[in-house]
Ligand binder design. Structure first.
Ligand SMILES: C[S@@+](CC[C@H](N)C(=O)[O-])C[C@H]1O[C@@H](n2cnc3c(N)ncnc32)[C@H](O)[C@@H]1O
Length: 207
């Protein structure tokens, strides 16, 4: 079950604005080029930020995500007609002989139980061609980034087309390593709606 942050019909449309510049995607675009990956599977594609860049570079892209509201945002963007969008979790990744599978933006940390992670990896393995590649990222637990979130994330207000002025607050609600829980509270200033989203991504221990 994806978090409201991705799956709520009012939160998904403001996700990109609060996420800001996506400099983190540059390395994935470069890797797709270096690996000569024609067919790319974007697992947990969200609002399609990377999928669209990959398709614009001439690659065949399949995006999979269980958050329907995020997929609707992705589909509403320009130049997405050639992308195949699949509504489902990682286990719904099609056996598409992909050259490369990617998980950007902490997707790898939504899998909280070892068996869920193993299941996702098996599905991705089946979706790749022999000797295909999986590229994903994960936080470095020794950075203890959640300590900074608690101190530095004051309220942020953005004026977002289609949503109006929206305030977001972030609060770390529990640290029980390897899990860190946090809550985003969104206030839609135009109509006074307040919507919360609780998340608990896994922060793997260093070995
Ligand atoms: C932090 S967002 C990243 C979205 C996108 N990759 C990006 O970089 O903008 C995490 C995404 O993982 C998706 N997700 C949650 N559970 C999932 C699962 N079991 N399999 C695949 N994706 C999942 C969420 O719906 C959400 O879109």
């Amino acid at each position: 079950m994806p978090d409201p942050l991705f799956a709520h019909p009012r939160l998904a449309p403001v996700y990109d604005a609060f996420d800001g510049q996506r400099d983190d995607l540059t390395v994935y675009l470069r890797l797709a080029g270096e690996l000569d990956a024609d067919r790319v599977l974007d697992v947990g594609c969200g609002t399609g930020s990377l999928a669209i860049l990959l398709a614009a570079a001439g690659r065949t892209v399949v995006g999979v995500d269980p958050a329907g509201a995020s997929l609707e945002v992705a589909k509403s963007k320009e130049k997405t007609a050639a992308i195949t969008w699949i509504h489902g979790d990682a286990t719904r990744a099609p056996r598409a002989s992909a050259d490369l599978a990617v998980m950007t933006g902490n997707v790898a940390q939504v899998f909280l139980a070892d068996e869920d992670w193993a299941q996702a990896l098996r599905a991705i393995h089946a979706a790749l061609r022999p000797h295909g590649y999986l590229v994903f990222e994960t936080r470095r637990p020794e950075r203890r980034a959640w300590e900074e979130w608690a101190h530095t994330t004051g309220p942020v207000i953005l004026d977002i087309p289609g949503s109006g002025r929206v305030e977001r607050r972030c609060e770390v609600t529990a640290v029980r390593l390897p899990f860190v829980s946090f809550r985003y509270t969104y206030s839609f200033l135009a109509d006074g709606a307040v919507i919360m989203s609780d998340s608990t991504p896994a922060v793997p221990r260093s070995r």
